[in-house]
Design a protein around this ligand. Structure first.
Ligand SMILES: NC(=O)c1ccc[n+]([C@@H]2O[C@H](COP(=O)([O-])OP(=O)(O)OC[C@H]3O[C@@H](n4cnc5c(N)ncnc54)[C@H](OP(=O)(O)O)[C@@H]3O)[C@@H](O)[C@H]2O)c1
Length: 323
């Protein structure tokens, strides 16, 4: 009999890839969690064969109900949604931690559960001795720790899954896109509060990579229980990202380092948060070094870059949305 995976965030970037790839295995039933079953995204995944269930992380009962009978759960929180609603960075983190623990506690009560996959990011503040806090990283990392400390039975069947920078940010995240320069036709400036030599892990094609990682994590429980993995196809310098963007779009991109203060003055709190992340990246070229003893590589999971696409391949697939 097919097992059931419950996918939270199923209408979003990470979750929709997982829904699609897990349905394609033919071995899993997929239950997709949303607050709004009438959205186009929810209807699209229902049309592919997912069961839709309505739940809200702020309503623990609805989450428990959504998780009933699950063999696997993918759990995701969205720090940025609460920033868009007007909360400050720390308040978004507190909401993220609370929601992350709601999901974990609900999962811990599911007797059928074999595998819990928690979408997380590195403990930036801790790794840098307090120098480079990144709220949308740090509160996710607090949930990792609290699962270990407060829910040890769940921790034993948890894989904490880091996500690298999405190539699709170049299409859909306006503040991270090169901008046309009105007085220099054909030239685009990429304003970045970081050195161009800084390195960043790249997730791969976000329509494919999250699903492939979840599929392979679930196929290898003895390697992945209690461990970390990273949705990461390759690690690139910012300079390389822009050069590749220029080659794929045929436009001339010019890298321009800008101070954190100026970036925040232009883009507000969201800009400040993105800048904090980039400063962390400058200080810590290997985001996964701090958990290297518990880390399972993509090679150990049997994942090839050919399947999830490198940065160039991911941009090629997004070409019509890069303008
Ligand atoms: N952009 C990047 O490069 C990057 C890289 C690494 C990690 N991340 C992290 O990725 C996370 C966001 O994931 P994403 O990109 O997949 O987001 P997304 O595309 O914006 O989708 C967000 C999903 O979360 C669900 N959701 C949010 N709040 C909910 C709640 N209270 N109850 C139930 N569902 C809720 C939404 O469901 P409904 O709206 O359908 O209810 C939606 O499916 C963020 O925390 C971010 O820090 C981003």
């Amino acid at each position: 009999m097919a097992k059931t995976i419950v996918v939270t965030g199923a209408t979003g970037t990470q979750g929709s890839s997982i829904v699609r790839v897990m349905l394609e295995t033919g071995e899993w039933k997929v239950r997709a969690v949303t607050r709004n079953p009438e959205s186009d995204a929810a209807k699209a995944i229902a049309a592919k064969g997912a069961e839709i269930v309505v739940a809200d992380y702020d309503d623990e009962k609805s989450v428990k109900k959504a998780f009933e009978g699950a063999h696997a759960i993918f759990a995701l929180t969205n720090w940025w949604e609460y920033l868009r609603r007007g909360h400050n960075q720390e308040a978004c983190g507190e909401i993220e931690e609370r929601q992350g623990m709601t999901l974990a506690r609900a999962a811990a009560e599911i007797p059928t559960l074999e595998h819990y996959i928690w979408s997380t990011l590195p403990a930036a503040k801790e790794i840098t001795g307090g120098k480079h806090p990144v709220p949308h990283f740090d509160y996710k990392a607090v949930v990792d720790r609290r699962i270990r400390d407060e829910l040890p039975a769940l921790a034993a069947k948890t894989t904490s899954l880091f996500f690298g920078f999405y190539p699709s940010n170049f299409a859909y995240f306006p503040m991270l896109k090169p901008m046309p320069v009105p007085f220099a036709p054909g030239r685009y400036v990429w304003l970045v509060p970081s050195k161009k030599e800084a390195k960043v892990p790249i997730s791969g094609d976000m329509t494919v990579a999250p699903g492939v990682f979840v599929r392979q994590i679930l196929a290898n429980p003895s390697k992945t229980h209690g461990k970390y993995a990273a949705v990461c196809a390759e690690v690139c310098t910012l300079d390389y990202l822009l050069k590749t963007w220029s080659e794929v779009t045929g436009k001339t991109g010019v890298f321009m380092e800008i101070s954190v203060e100026s970036f925040a003055a232009l883009l507000g709190v969201a800009g400040q948060e993105a800048a904090l992340q980039l400063k962390f990246g400058e200080a810590v070229p290997d985001w996964y070094e701090h958990v290297k003893d518990q880390f399972v590589s993509k090679e150990e999971l049997g994942i090839t870059v050919a399947e999830i696409a490198d940065f160039r391949g991911s941009l090629e697939a997004l070409k019509e949305h890069l303008g």
